[in-house]
Design a protein around this ligand. Structure first.
Ligand code: DQA
Length: 146
């Protein structure tokens, strides 16, 4: 069973990008943590990042065969109908992930265009958001809280 973790624009800069908001961990650090955690739970991980909206759409399409999809769509969270449409085709659980809590921030970040296609949202816990989202995805897939 594979879980896809898809990351949108500017997340390749984590570590140096506004560390007071996003923390000092790099995306490679987060990937390593996610791989280790999912492996310990018996899942394979597909971890991807792109700055390009259409590529993110294609990554979602390719993730339709996965057991669950985590997505930090970054700036496209607030703008992309194409991404919403792609996510609406995914039958598996989809978890929207954010490092920061968008609701604590500027009004432009308060609306998620993709939320209607997502099972739930985990935001505001920094890199821990990814691990919490993995646990949520695994619980949903395995049908247990264990
Ligand atoms: C983000 C929040 C978005 O508003 C922002 O555009 C990002 C990162 C987060 O993980 O906190 O790029 O998705």
């Amino acid at each position: 069973k594979t879980i896809a973790v898809l990351n949108g624009p500017n997340l390749n800069l984590l570590g140096t990008r506004q560390p007071e908001i996003y923390g000092r961990q790099t995306l490679a650090d987060i990937e390593a943590m996610c791989v280790k955690h999912s492996k310990s739970k018996g899942f394979d991980l597909r971890f991807q990042q792109t700055n390009i909206e259409g590529e993110l759409v294609s990554m979602v399409q390719e993730a339709r065969t996965c057991a669950a999809v985590l997505i930090n769509a970054a700036g496209y969270t607030h703008t992309s109908v194409a991404l919403l449409d792609a996510l609406l085709t995914v039958d598996a659980p989809v978890i929207e992930v954010h490092l920061s809590s968008p609701h604590k921030r500027e009004a432009i970040r308060h609306r998620s265009v993709i939320a209607p296609a997502c099972t739930g949202v985990i935001a505001g816990f920094g890199a821990l958001s990814y691990r919490l989202a993995l646990d949520a995805a695994i619980a949903l897939v395995d049908g247990s809280l264990g």
